[in-house]
Design a protein around this ligand. Structure first.
Ligand code: ADP
Length: 433
């Protein structure tokens, strides 16, 4: 028998022995007290030995002891050994992780909960110029650009941030931040200069090609218009000229959309943004939409009880909202219903364009804002669209901190919802009936 019960048995035996001796010598109480004192002294002595051993370097085996104290010493010793073994294993693992991250081409930085440097690998040192003595310094002391500080402090790390390196050298760095533990952060820094260069080449190429195509297309369209009006044209040519004109108009729309997209991609997003009352902008677009609907007589209504003054680019917002509203007309049969509503909830300013038109199958929704994504070829050629409209809308919303969500059901209708943060509203809305 081990442990506490064995000890209790021993104490009981000692008590009985003391009683027997006390009964024989006639000093029962004194004998019991003497037995108790001996037991207490022995216990205190074991506590002293344990204390001494714990204060020593712990490497030596525990002192020999009998009874429950022997058990306690053994158990503590075994626990210590396990703990030491686990610590070694853990240290080995940490060393291996550190060795592995050292060889990574991406910079890895560990920050404490206050955003101060705790650990970083060699690539981070090269990319951001840390010194060994910088431990404990705030990361924003090294990356001081306002864009980074805003991103870092906002704490919304779903999207990475790409920007010029704080050390110049024409480098572009991508920062990806992840939270872990108790508000600590892990920052991965990647040198994306080559990718960025390729991306700019692609953007320049599209912008240049679109600009170069514009002039010859204007000449072709001009001649086609002249030919159409010409009296000498043989009648069999009329249909061909009309078709050529339709195609050249389509091409012109495509080129304009490509130029718009490449401008949105390259220009600074703050450019041209100023306070703008949204209600008159929407009223203007709705009027235009009624014109476009013409003989199709769609019922287009605008629900906008307030007139928020929004910080944004008039040209871009016109383009985004008109794309959504004109699409609703394009993809809703004659006399269909289109509702444009602007409202404010707790977190967002919400603009919704709803129609009861042909709708979109759910499988297409995730890819709808990709350039040239087509739901199906027949609907695309009928509508005469460029396939770039929603890509433009997505870009514009992103430049205004907004996001687009789409819900739709085939043959029932669609709902395109733009949500902007309330921080974009620069003046209190005026309530209007
Ligand atoms: P497009 O110029 O072809 O209209 P968009 O990028 O504006 O290009 O739209 C992409 C596709 O999304 C369209 O081809 C169309 O099939 C679908 N779509 C857009 N808006 C609507 C809508 N309101 N109802 C149904 N389908 C729509």
């Amino acid at each position: 028998m081990r442990g506490f019960s064995a000890e209790m048995q021993r104490v009981l035996l000692m008590g009985i022995t003391c009683c027997a001796i006390g009964w024989i010598n006639g000093y029962l109480a004194w004998t019991l007290i003497a037995g108790g004192v001996i037991y207490m002294s022995w216990t205190l002595n074991q506590i002293r030995r344990l204390d001494q051993w714990l204060n020593s370097n712990h490497q030596s085996p525990p002192p020999n002891a009998t009874g429950i104290w022997g058990d306690i010493f053994d158990r503590i010793y075994r626990l210590q050994k396990t703990h030491r073994r686990e610590k070694k294993q853990l240290q080995r693992l940490v060393n291996r992780v550190q060795e592995a991250t050292k060889t990574l081409r991406d910079g890895v930085i560990l920050l404490d909960r206050h955003g101060n440097l705790e650990w970083w690998n060699r690539s981070a040192q090269k990319l951001l110029g840390f010194q060994d003595t910088d431990q404990g310094q705030a990361l924003i002391n090294f990356v001081r650009q306002p864009r980074f500080i805003k991103y870092f402090e906002a704490g919304k790390y779903a999207e990475p941030l790409t920007m010029a390196s704080p050390r110049g050298r024409n480098q572009q760095l991508l920062f990806q931040i992840n939270r872990y533990g108790h508000q600590e952060r892990l920052v991965v820094v990647r040198n994306v200069t080559r990718l960025h260069r390729l991306e700019s080449m692609r953007q320049d190429f599209i912008a240049n090609v679109s600009h170069e195509l514009r002039t010859p297309l204007t000449v072709v369209s001009g001649y086609l218009e002249t030919l159409e009006d010409s009296q000498d044209l043989p009648p069999k040519w009329h249909a061909a000229i009309a078709q050529m004109q339709t195609q050249s108009q389509r091409m012109s729309l495509l080129i304009n959309d490509l130029i718009t997209l490449s401008k949105l991609e390259t220009e600074d997003s703050d450019q041209g943004q100023s306070p703008l009352p949204l209600k008159p902008l929407l009223e203007g677009i709705v009027l235009e939409a009624k014109d476009i609907s013409g003989a199709d007589e769609h019922s287009i209504s605008l629900k906008c009880e307030q007139n928020p003054v929004f910080l944004g680019s008039e040209k871009e917002l016109y383009s985004a909202f008109s794309n959504l509203i004109f699409n609703a007309i394009k993809y809703t049969p004659a006399r269909g219903q289109i509702t444009v509503s602007l409202r404010q909830d707790e977190k967002n300013l919400v603009l919704c364009v709803e129609d009861n038109g042909i709708g979109i199958d759910a499988k297409h929704l995730p890819r709808l804002t990709e350039r040239f994504y087509r739901v199906d070829q027949s609907r695309h050629s009928e509508s005469g669209g460029t396939g770039l409209g929603l890509a433009i809308v997505k870009h514009i919303l992103r430049r205004h901190d907004g996001r687009l969500s789409i819900t739709s059901e085939l043959d029932k209708g669609s709902q395109f919802t733009c949500r902007f943060p309330l921080t974009r509203i620069v003046a209190a809305s005026t309530k209007e009936s």
